[in-house]
Design a protein around this ligand. Structure first.
Ligand code: ZN
Ligand code: ZN
Length: 171
């Protein structure tokens, strides 16, 4: 089944909210446009100094290759899979993951944090449908409150005005 909608990467990186054909990432299961549907490593800020410490040429090559990719989306689950594949030393792995999480927490938009709480070592990803459901709930509550306000204001104002006038009259 082909689905259409906005691509989060297009939205965040190019401020492009237009509807596109969406494809699911097999790692994080989020959906993106064709240009962004393939995963890439998440950006790790102090990667240069970490690599220097480790003297790992293989790791350096992987990072350089991944960072030169233009499209795709930074994918946490894919990054973890690469680290697993490389059989990194535990200490190194922890350092890279910590840097990646710090970076994500610092740069992700607030609503993304709200939708996808990141717990160290246990990454929860909401499916597209549950994201949609929670957005729907927020909309229903907002519209409900607005309607309630619209109904209550004309109901109370005519009743309040005579009382207000009485009150002023007493004064
Ligand atoms: Zn896109
Ligand atoms: Zn992904």
């Amino acid at each position: 089944m082909i689905c259409y909608g906005e691509c989060v990467e297009c939205l965040v990186r190019h401020k492009d909210p237009s509807e596109k054909e969406l494809h699911q990432c097999s790692y994080c299961e989020r959906t993106f446009c064709l240009e962004h549907s393939e995963p890439k490593l998440v950006h790790i800020p102090n990667f240069d100094s970490i690599i220097k410490d480790s003297e790992s040429k293989a790791l350096e090559m992987i990072f350089k290759r991944e960072y030169s990719i233009e499209g795709n989306h930074p994918c946490f689950q894919y990054t973890m899979a690469i680290f697993d594949e490389m059989k990194l030393q535990e200490q190194m792995r922890e350092r890279l993951i910590k840097e990646a999480i710090d970076r994500m927490m610092a740069t992700e938009p607030w609503w993304k944090k709200f939708q996808e709480p990141l717990k160290p070592m246990k990454i929860q990803t909401l499916t597209k449908s549950s994201q949609k459901r929670s957005m729907k709930k927020i909309w229903i509550v907002t519209i409900g409150l607005l309607l309630l306000g619209l109904i209550l204001i004309p109901y109370f104002i005519p009743r309040l005005i005579p009382q207000l006038l009485d009150f002023l009259g007493i004064l």
